[in-house]
Design a protein around this ligand. Sequence first.
Ligand code: NI
Length: 201
Amino acid sequence: MKTHARAIRRKQRDRRSLAIATGVVGGLLLATGCYLWLLGAGNQFHGTIRASFNLVESDGQPVTERSFRGKFLLIYFGYTSCRDVCPTTLTSIAAALDRLGDRAQQVQPLFITVDPDRDTPEVIQRYVRSFTPRLIGLTGTAAELHRVARQYGIRSTVNPDLTLDHSSVIYLVGKDGQVIAPMQADEDATKLAHILGNYIS
Ligand code: NI
């Protein structure tokens, strides 16, 4: 009887610590605001992706994938209120392109929002300009942004504090519009520049 009671108490204790651990992990994820869904951990890239989109540039002009023909695209999905992962990634992209010197002319980096309600063309324009004049921010209708994100296997969810969790992957798209390589968004600028250098001439 005693042993049984002890076992039950132990079980209750275990359950309590599991609940606390879950709470702590959950809290951390929410606190980061921008939890990484990286390659191999839920990324849904399978084989061929062709870039196709009908969006609005940060200056208000409509753009499609054909607007950037003849260039490699470096596509990253995120949102302007993101507190850490998006700014870190965009800073690395800007630094990596700087490292490529003249060769960076062949690459057009695009930041596509997963938050159409808040990321109007004006908001996104101000945001991308704070990283590098090379970067173009794209927004659009919620339906089209959702469709485009799905094409790339990008997932996003809204948290109660209105931060978003979203997949964090950088896609390099070839001049023919095909995705060449998905890259980890947490690579540093040197590594990113090295990977890009392998694909562009
Ligand atoms: Ni983000």
